[in-house]
Design a protein around this ligand. Structure first.
Ligand SMILES: Cc1cc2nc3c(=O)[nH]c(=O)nc-3n(C[C@H](O)[C@H](O)[C@H](O)COP(=O)(O)OP(=O)(O)OC[C@H]3O[C@@H](n4cnc5c(N)ncnc54)[C@H](O)[C@@H]3O)c2cc1C
Length: 458
């Protein structure tokens, strides 16, 4: 992909496919630093940018309808980047999550809340944690849970909860992502937890940030206003490589770029390309993901306990988590009201995906009511939203499949960046970090010399 000599004087045109957090981060960084060298354009299929970070603002309520989102990270730079975008429009909050277990609310994470369990369950968890000897190395996620936490914690919480949120058998899930992602508690903490001495787990998430106004989409708005070159309602349907770059079309309008960065789901990217080898199509069909239904409820009265979220490992309840936007920010609800969002993991081929919204609301409110978590009569607002791409499932063939696909796309010269584009379990901090890193790479001097930059391996 070399430009003719005369063309090298003009700015390089970079097309960024997708206007979610990742796409906007790349555009924002490129624009800030090198606007005279680059022309950046973002193509977004929806009428609004944000992807999973969109917020619904209606009747005085604000909900994040791609699921409850909070800003946290082990990486200080990513946090700072996000807070800078919010320009003071944020609160710092302390987590107050619970797990619903046998009608009780147990402190989160489970292994730090053992004293809240019935005594027999507490004993079984502690005993099997301390007497947990596994002769061979775990080969899948389920074995890893058993070997790290013991039978009690594994069977009472971690396995049922994970199978619910991933909607997939844990013995068929790979292990490569687990280390560092699912923290292992120190033995002292588990003993203290069983005795009722307070300890905290997942400490990088104990304090978090959340926008005061506008929901999590405020992050997106903070960037969007500085990137005028966003084309909304442009669904990328066809991508063609030409001698001097790329032609991208939505079926009506055609755009030309020297380079492409794709942050759209890998499925959409591949289906827009010509001549995809059979092995790539096969690998693509092997990738697994989950969709999400969110049920957003506004409630009369503000006497709900001030929990940030409650997790539900039990399979009788459809949702895996409820979160409380009114606790994240008082501006998320009108005065004297409160709110919650129930998250249900599902798939497009599950009948639930096509179930009528009213029925889904009835089921969710019924489940909450029966568990005395809300008063049914207090509901004053209810809406349902669906997100097709929500969770990546790391099954046992994931690494093999994703390698085939990434090699193919890399050889074409397209850069992949973002959660469903790289098809990796990336949270906002990682999306931001990858977006910043990619912008730096693109800015790098080599690109200006030849315009022949290609994504490198790794
Ligand atoms: C339930 C849930 C809770 C989460 N909670 C947290 C949290 O608390 N903290 C955290 O850090 N992270 C959280 N995350 C992760 C976070 O949502 C993602 O890391 C982030 O939103 C991914 O951004 P993205 O831009 O890579 O992808 P997306 O948000 O998926 O953006 C992709 C964009 O591409 C557009 N697009 C798709 N197809 C096309 C096409 N053909 N043409 C043009 N445009 C297209 C889409 O409309 C979208 O705007 C959560 C995720 C989920 C599912």
């Amino acid at each position: 992909m070399f430009l003719k000599k005369k063309d090298r004087k003009r700015p390089m045109r970079i097309g960024i496919l997708g206007g979610g957090l990742t796409g906007l981060t790349v555009a924002f960084c490129l624009r800030q630093k090198a606007s005279q060298r680059f022309e950046v354009e973002v193509l977004e299929k929806d009428s609004e940018c944000g992807g999973l970070l969109k917020s619904l603002v209606k009747e005085g309520f604000t909900f994040d309808y791609g699921g409850a989102h909070i800003i946290y990270s082990k990486d200080k730079n990513s946090i700072q980047f996000m807070l800078d975008l919010l320009r003071g429009n944020y609160f710092r909050k302390r987590r107050n999550n619970k797990i619903y277990f046998k009608g009780r609310l147990v402190k989160y994470p489970f292994e730090n809340g053992l004293a809240d369990l019935p005594k027999q369950d507490n004993f079984e968890c502690l005993f099997s944690y301390l007497n947990n000897h596994h002769p061979r190395k775990p080969t899948n996620f389920k074995e890893w849970i058993y070997s790290t936490f013991g039978k009690g914690i594994a069977e009472k919480y971690l396995i049922p909860y994970n199978e619910k949120v991933w909607n997939y058998p844990t013995e068929r899930m790979s292990l490569h992502w687990v280390e560092g992602r699912v923290p292992k508690p120190p033995v002292e903490d588990v003993i203290k937890s069983a005795l009722g001495i307070p300890t905290e787990g997942y400490t990088h998430q104990l304090y978090f940030y959340y926008p005061r106004k506008g929901g999590i989409q405020a992050l997106i708005k903070g960037m969007e206003e500085k990137i005028p070159e966003v084309v909304r309602n442009f669904e990328v349907k066809k991508i063609k490589k030409e001698k001097q770059g790329w032609v991208v079309s939505n079926g009506k309008i055609t755009k030309r770029y020297d380079f492409l960065v794709s942050t759209i789901p890998i499925f959409d990217l591949i289906s827009a390309l010509d001549r995809v080898p059979h092995r790539v199509g096969h690998a693509l069909r092997g990738l697994r993901y989950n969709s999400l239904i969110t049920v957003m409820l506004g409630l009369e009265g503000d006497d709900l306990p001030n929990f940030t979220a409650i997790y539900f490992p039990n399979s009788e309840v459809k949702f895996n988590r409820i979160a409380f936007p009114w606790v994240f920010s008082g501006y998320n609800t009108p005065p004297g009201k409160s709110s919650l969002v129930a998250e249900i993991t599902t798939r497009e081929n599950d009948p639930l995906w096509r179930t009528d919204d009213k029925k889904i609301v009835q089921e969710v409110t019924g489940d909450l009511y029966r568990r005395k978590l809300i008063d049914k009569k207090s509901i004053c607002f209810a809406e349902v939203r669906r997100s097709k791409y929500a969770y990546i499932i790391y099954d046992q063939d994931y690494l093999k499949n994703i390698k085939t696909i990434r090699n193919f796309v890399r050889n074409l010269g397209i850069w992949l960046c973002g959660r469903f584009s790289e098809f990796e379990y990336l949270n906002m901090d990682a999306c931001v970090q990858r977006g910043i890193d990619l912008a730096k790479k693109i800015e790098g001097s080599s690109i200006m010399k030849s315009f022949s930059l290609k994504p490198k391996k790794g």
